[in-house]
Design a protein. Structure first.
Length: 141
């Protein structure tokens, strides 16, 4: 076990050193490992100490575990909830039934004959000026 921990620490140290030795170039608003004309070198090294980096990794691990626990708790709560019962498509209150009394006359619609809508000359359109009292103007046949 001690050898595995030592190997892990050595590998982590090599990764950190190799990350620090890489150069990062800024070409306008693009960052790259390959230089371009008029590129500026950007310091991409991590200024934190090894203990600060280890603390940050530990904190990230704790936060991931806490997030996983919260997801588990939420799923348990959702399973425990009863699904809502179907209540129909309309949630408005039902209107009272209309009363048929002898005092109110029934309203009926006046039926229009089909001939009232058609024209005698066979034209498709007749222009009428509303409220003018004039007879409709019909196109010459």
């Amino acid at each position: 076990m001690k050898h595995a921990a030592a190997g892990f620490a050595l590998g982590l140290g090599l990764v950190c050193l190799s990350a620090q030795s890489q150069l990062v170039y800024r070409c306008g608003s693009v960052y790259s490992q390959a230089p371009c004309p008029q590129a500026t070198i950007v310091d991409a090294s991590d200024p934190r100490s090894a203990t600060q980096q280890a603390e940050a990794r530990q904190l990230a691990l704790q936060q991931r575990q806490q997030a996983a626990e919260m997801v588990h708790d939420r799923r348990v709560r959702e399973r425990e909830q009863r699904p809502p019962q179907a209540s129909g498509f309309d949630s408005r209150a039902t209107p009272p039934a209309p009363s048929t009394s002898a005092h109110e006359p029934r309203k009926t619609r006046k039926k229009h004959s089909a001939s009232a809508h058609s024209t005698e000359s066979g034209a498709d359109f007749t222009a009428i000026v509303p409220g003018s009292g004039k007879k409709p103007v019909r196109p010459p046949a």
